[in-house]
Structure formats: structure tokens, C-alpha cells
Design a protein around this ligand. Structure first.
Ligand code: OAD
Length: 264
């Protein structure tokens, strides 16, 4: 199937769906040059121990190592831009009554592409919080203490600045998670893109949507458990399929199914 062809029943679904929920993972940012976590050879967790770099215990054991690793990822991010997949998702939002974008990514590329109200389940790497109190730390404070690795916290004498991301063993923000569950339970169509579906609770969102009666579509170059249980699986990268889906949704919003999308 090439990028111009979508299954007819998927086109119908894109035309009739009113409430759409989206779950994205590292794969949607791969074509912006941000490494994924679990892809063989290139995945971050193929090369680094997640418990050392992405856990409170790892940070406690070697704050400088963890800080420097996140600073490397931040530098990488500063040099990248959203890709056609991020842009397609931002555009797609206008074609439905509701469109809730839930992401596991901490890179902020969805917002940079223009998506609004993104539910960032795992936080955002650009922000910093205190390692002891979890209170936000201002950019001014960070700039004033930039030479320290990691900078101290203004909120606790034994605290350090750390990225505002969810580490292994830490709880997700409750309100964000509830909003994500609600979007999955209330949608007609759940679009999943670029996730291996290996991390809970994010990985359960497609099955919540399915159980509530929604259709599920997965976009991924490599099939996952989510692809296998989805109503449609589009094999290929996000930059190939997401623009096609956005275009089709746009055609659909100009007219009901069967009109060929012409203005009425
Ligand atoms: P993974 O690295 O586990 O999975 C990335 C997925 O993207 C794989 O299924 C790839 O096949 C797919 N992929 C690769 N290139 C792609 C492309 N161009 N277009 C579309 N898909 C592509 O990343 P996540 O599923 O996002 O958590 O991982 C979930 C969480 O595990 C992350 O948020 C992170 C990690 O540990 C935390 O850091 C808390």
C-alpha cells in the first residue's frame, strides 16, 4: 500500500469520526533526528542503562552523569525541528469536534509544530524541577547557576535541578493521566503513532478506546502488539502516513462521505 492509498473503511472512519484521540511515542520524533528508546542499534536504551540515567536512584548515585546526559539530549533537541508528522497532527486537529493529542515524548516538538493542549504524560525535558520538592525552577535561576552540573535547587538545601520528566518508578501527573484516559474512553477514533507500546499506563490507552467502542489505527514501520490488535495498521514512518491522514481528514471535513469531499 503506498502513501496515497488508505483502506476505504478507514477513509469512511476519518470522514465520520467527530472525536479523535492520538497517542504518540518516540517514533514520531525519529525523523527529526531524536533517537527512539527501543529501536535496535539506534535506541537510547540499547546504548544506555535506563535505571542509571532515568531513575531517582540513578540521579542520587551520580547527579552529574544524569545531568550531563539530559543536557546532551537538550542540545540535540535545540538543533532539530518538528517534522511533517508533527505538522500533520497539528493540522488534523481542526477537522474534528475534539482532538486530544497525548504524547509520551518529552521533546515538546508537538507544541512547536502548533498542536494545542498536548497531554505530555512523561513531562517535558525543557523544564526543570527540584529533585527534593518537585517544585518548578525558573529559567532565570537556571541561567544564574548554569556553570554547576547539576545546578542547585532554590527550594531545598540538599536538592538539585533535574529535568521535569517522569523517571522509572515515578508516578505520572494524575490530572494529565485522567485527561488521557477520558480522551481514550470518549473518542470515535484512536490514532496511535510511533510507539512500541512497552510502557504503561500509556500503552493501555488504545485498548481503553477499543473497549469503549472506538476504532484504533496504528502507524509504525515495525508491527507491535498495538498494531496487531488495531482495526488498521499502516506500516511505515510517521512522515509518510500522517500527512496522508491529515489530507484525508481535511477532504472529509469539506463534505460528508460520498460527496468526494467537494464543497456543498
Ligand atoms: P520506543 O523507543 O519504545 O518505541 C519507538 C517506536 O517507534 C518503535 O515501535 C518503532 O518501530 C517506532 N518508529 C521508529 N521510527 C519511526 C518512524 N519514523 N515513524 C513512526 N514510528 C517509528 O519509544 P516509546 O514507545 O515512545 O519513557 O517509549 C515509551 C517510553 O519508554 C518513553 O516515553 C520513555 C521510554 O522509557 C520515559 O522516559 C519515562
Amino acid at each position: 500500500m503506498n502513501s496515497g492509498e488508505l483502506p476505504p473503511d478507514l477513509v469512511d472512519c476519518l470522514r465520520s469520526a467527530r472525536h479523535v484521540a492520538v497517542l504518540t511515542g518516540a517514533g514520531v520524533s525519529a525523523e527529526s533526528g531524536i533517537p527512539t528508546f527501543r529501536d535496535a542499534q539506534t535506541g537510547l536504551w540499547e546504548k544506555h542503562d535506563p535505571m542509571q540515567l532515568a531513575s531517582p536512584e540513578g540521579f542520587e548515585a551520580d547527579p552529574k552523569l544524569v545531568w550531563d546526559w539530559y543536557q546532551w539530549r537538550r542540545k540535540l533537541l535545540a538543533e532539530t525541528s518538528p517534522n511533517a508528522g508533527h505538522e500533520a497532527l497539528a493540522e488534523m486537529a481542526q477537522h474534528f469536534d475534539s482532538f486530544v493529542l497525548v504524547t509520551q515524548n518529552v521533546d515538546g516538538l508537538h507544541e512547536r509544530a502548533g498542536s494545542k493542549g498536548v497531554l505530555e504524560l512523561h513531562g517535558n525535558i525543557r523544564r526543570n524541577i527540584c529533585s527534593r520538592t518537585f517544585k518548578p525552577i525558573s529559567e532565570n535561576w537556571m541561567a544564574e547557576h548554569a556553570e554547576r552540573r547539576p545546578p542547585p535547587s532554590p527550594h531545598h538545601p540538599d536538592g538539585f535541578a533535574r529535568p521535569d520528566v517522569v523517571w522509572f518508578g515515578e508516578a505520572l501527573d494524575e490530572a494529565t493521566l485522567e485527561a488521557a484516559f477520558a480522551a481514550a474512553a470518549d473518542c470515535d477514533l484512536m490514532l496511535v503513532a510511533g510507539t512500541a507500546g512497552a510502557v504503561q499506563p500509556a500503552a493501555s490507552l488504545p485498548s481503553i478506546a477499543h473497549r469503549a467502542g472506538a476504532r484504533v489505527l496504528d502507524v509504525n514501520p515495525a508491527a507491535t502488539d498495538i498494531s496487531r490488535s488495531a482495526d488498521w495498521y499502516l506500516a511505515g514512518p510517521g512522515t509518510q502516513w500522517l500527512p496522508t491522514l491529515a489530507r484525508t481528514a481535511g477532504d472529509a471535513s469539506r463534505g460528508p462521505a460520498g460527496t468526494g469531499g467537494e464543497d456543498l
